[in-house]
Structures are given as C-alpha cells and as structure tokens.
Write a protein that binds this ligand. Structure first.
Ligand code: GLU
Length: 445
C-alpha cells in the first residue's frame, strides 16, 4: 500500500513552529517512503475557522517548501460524516446525551473530588425513550457520544513503542454537537479511513484520542492506520510553547528574515540525536530522515538556535540556492557579490544593504581627507580582481607610512560608509574604480 500521510491543521490561527514540525515530519516521512502528503483543512468549526487562516497555512507551507499532493476541506465532506454517524447510530454505537456544559463540569468536579478519573458516567445510556422525549420537549437538543467498548486498546506507536489504554479510563467522546455538526474525532477518522491514510503522525496531545479513534475505525469497518505521536516542543526553560506562540508563528519568523530551510533544518532534527546542520534544500533532509530516530524525550526549542542556524545556512549557501532567494527580495545579484557578502549576513535582507553599497550611491565617511585623497591617487587601473586590494594598500602604506588599523579602517569607512563588513579584497572589485575614487574624494557615489 502506498504510504499516505496527512497534515491536518484547523484554520483558526497562524501556524507556529510546533505545527510546522508536525507538517515537516509528515512530509519527510511521505517523501522518504515514496508516498503521498495530504493537506487536510479541519474546518468543521465554522465559528472559529477563517478563510484568511487557511490561505496563511498554504502560504506558510509553501514557504517551507512542503508541497501537498492533494488538499481536502472537511467542510466539504459533511455528508460523509453524516453517513458515518447514521451507520453508527443504526449499530447502536452513538447515543444521545442531554447534559449542559455546566452539568458536565459539575459531574467532572465531583468525580475528581472523590479521587475518581473524570470520565463521563454514561448517565444518558440509562435514559428511557420517555425520558428523552421529555427532555426534548423541554427544548434540549441531544449531542451524541460514541460508546467505547470495554477492554484494552493497543497499538505499536512508531515513536512511543507499545501503547495500551483501558477504555474504562476514557470518556465516550462527543462526536456530534447539539447543533448537529460533527466534532473533530469522527471526521478525522472518517477521512483517515476514506482517504486511505496509512500513517497518522501527530503530537502526543492526541494519544488518548487515538485510543478512542482506533475503536471508531473498527466500528466503521476500517482497519486503523499506524500511529506515531511526537513529543511536543517546549521552550528553553521546559515550559510549553503555547504562551509565546504568537512570536513563534511562521509568519513572524519569515518577517524576521528567517529562511524556511533554517526552520526545516532545525525542526527535522529536534528530538533526534542527529546533529543539527544547516541544510539548504529538503533533499538532504529526506535522505537523513527516519521516524525511528525520534525519541520520547521532550525537545527544547530555542529561537536563538534558529537565528544561529539561519546565519550558518546563509554563510554556507551556494549561489545556486541563493539566487532565487535574492530575486525574491528584488536583487538581481551575481555570484561574486554573493560570495563576497554571505559570511556577513545573519538574515538575507541584509544583502540589500551590501548590494546598495556595491552598486548604488553611498555617502562615504571621511576621517582624514588628505589621506583619503592620497589613497585615491594611488588606485590602480581596472580590471580589478581580489588581488587589487593587496597591491593598492601596499602602495598606500608605502606612501603614507600608515599601517594596520590606521591604514585599513579609514579606507573601509570611505569606501563603504560602514565600520564593519565583508572583506575589502572581495568588496573592492564590486564597488569598482569610479565609485571608489569618488567616495575617497568625499562624494556620494
Ligand atoms: N485538527 C487537528 C489538530 O490540529 C488534527 C489532529 C490530527 O492530526 O488528527 O489538532
């Protein structure tokens, strides 16, 4: 059977690094096994789902380079969920419940106070047809729960190893709301079954759902897929990421100049013992991927690691990878430029600055006008190469008697208008003789 996985975000907010990690691992798994990666939009909650979040999810995935083979929207498959619910009702696996949220909360607290697990007590199963008619006559609409069968649910998790849950420790999940709309558990299983999902790879926050969902697959006459539950990321102090999610949204990271491949390079390896290396394309990550490398330990995500990796990625990035990225930020740059400046970048947008210095007008900073003019008079004739700087500064040193910082720093300030930057031997040929001459003479050029 062809490996088929899905990434199933709810379009109720922006994707953050935790979501991106699940998407990436699913994608790498699919590619590693020559399979399919589906994007499933979990938009059955029509109040909280927004078209603009769905669009942002697609944009974010494209930014990471995670293309999907097929996209499905749950809101367009409601008839499938209704059909499944009907079958389960006929089979006696769904039962109507009438408790209000307040009543459920009260029951939950009471059980906790008695030291019992806060599972639903199945009171609704005891209602007679007359009781139900009476409740409905009072205007109560039922929500529907899936009746779990007693016994142990087992699966061999690809990350957590053998897992087992006793159904008695779980609440019968609500699968249909009082307004008739389906809740996550049922649509997810119907889709996984009908779209032939072979592996469900998601966060460990879904482990207990899995136990109930395995029973639901079977109740619908489908064989459950394989499951892998990944430990959730925490921040550097071990806290869940949820509080800082806004700042860790992919949109925010992109706006800060982080490259999608820096995100991928980090997230593909967090939680494994593989070294974290900057990778400038996904192919290497596919080759190195193995779901068995992910441990149960909680991986820490530190945004500082990401910025650091982003810088390393740029420093090592070959021109062939850099060129399309430079085009995207409006720079039609050549290889000589890229090789000259890449070691000085922490994010790609800074390349603009150096492009400006090499190719557009810059106001020089002149510390000592006489010295700058003396240096200008000694500029050799073009063509210039990376050897020009050495030949020129040797001549300037001999004529002026300056050396070291006294010699080089004023030249850098005059030529670039900046205190620091890429090596002048690579920058000088890019600036060119005409601009160098003018800048040394104090002109904006
Ligand atoms: N929409 C669900 C979520 O974002 C999907 C969970 C799943 O992968 O089954 O948590």
């Amino acid at each position: 059977m062809t490996v088929t996985v899905r990434f199933a975000p709810s379009p109720t907010g922006r994707l953050h690094v935790g979501n991106a990690r699940i998407a990436l691992i699913n994608w790498l798994f699919a590619k590693r096994h020559g399979g399919y990666f589906l994007l499933r939009i979990d938009d059955t909650d029509s109040e909280r789902s927004r078209a603009e979040y769905e669009e942002a999810i697609r944009q974010d995935l494209r930014w990471l380079g995670l293309s999907w083979d097929r996209k499905v929207k749950q809101s367009q498959r409601l008839d499938r969920y209704a059909a499944a619910a009907e079958k389960l009702k006929v089979d006696g696996r769904l039962y109507p419940c009438y408790e209000t949220p307040e009543e459920l909360e009260y029951k939950r607290k009471r059980r906790l106070a008695r030291g019992e697990p806060p599972v639903y007590d199945r009171a609704a199963l005891k209602l007679t047809a007359a009781d139900r008619r009476k409740l409905e006559a009072e205007g109560r609409q039922p929500h529907w729960r899936f009746r779990l069968e007693d016994g142990e649910v087992r699966w061999d998790d690809l990350v957590r190893g053998p897992c087992h849950y006793h159904a008695a420790h779980l609440s019968d999940p609500v699968v249909i709301r009082a307004d008739g709309t389906p809740l996550y558990t049922l649509p997810s299983v119907v889709d996984d079954a009908e779209l032939s999902i072979t592996h469900v790879i998601r966060g460990e926050d879904h482990v207990t759902n899995t136990a109930a969902q395995i029973q639901l697959f079977r109740a619908l006459g489908a064989e459950p897929p394989a499951f892998a539950h990944l430990s959730l990321l925490t921040d550097a102090t071990g806290q869940g990421l949820s509080k800082r999610l806004g700042s860790l949204s992919l949109g925010e990271l992109r706006a800060e100049g982080i490259d999608g491949m820096a995100v991928n390079s980090l997230l593909a390896k967090l939680g494994t013992s593989d070294p974290i290396q900057p990778r400038s394309n996904l192919d290497q990550l596919i080759d190195e991927f193995d779901i068995g490398k992910f441990s149960r330990a909680t991986p820490k995500f530190d945004v500082a690691d990401l910025t650091h990796l982003n810088a390393r990625l740029l420093h090592e990035m070959p021109f062939i990878e850099a060129e399309p990225r430079l085009k995207q930020i409006g720079l039609d740059a050549d290889e000589a430029f890229w090789v000259a400046v890449r070691a000085n970048l922490t994010d790609l947008s800074q390349a603009r600055d150096w492009w400006h210095i090499c190719r557009e007008a810059v106001a020089p900073v002149i510390e000592d006008a006489a010295f700058a003019r003396q240096a200008a008079a000694l500029l050799p004739a073009e063509p210039w190469t990376t050897d020009t700087w050495k030949a020129w500064t040797t001549a300037v040193q001999a004529a002026s008697g300056r050396k070291g910082r006294d010699l080089f720093h004023p030249l850098r300030l005059a030529l670039t208008g900046r205190e620091h930057g890429p090596e002048l031997k690579t920058l000088l040929p890019l600036v060119g003789r005409a601009r160098a001459q003018a800048r040394l003479c104090g002109e904006t050029a």
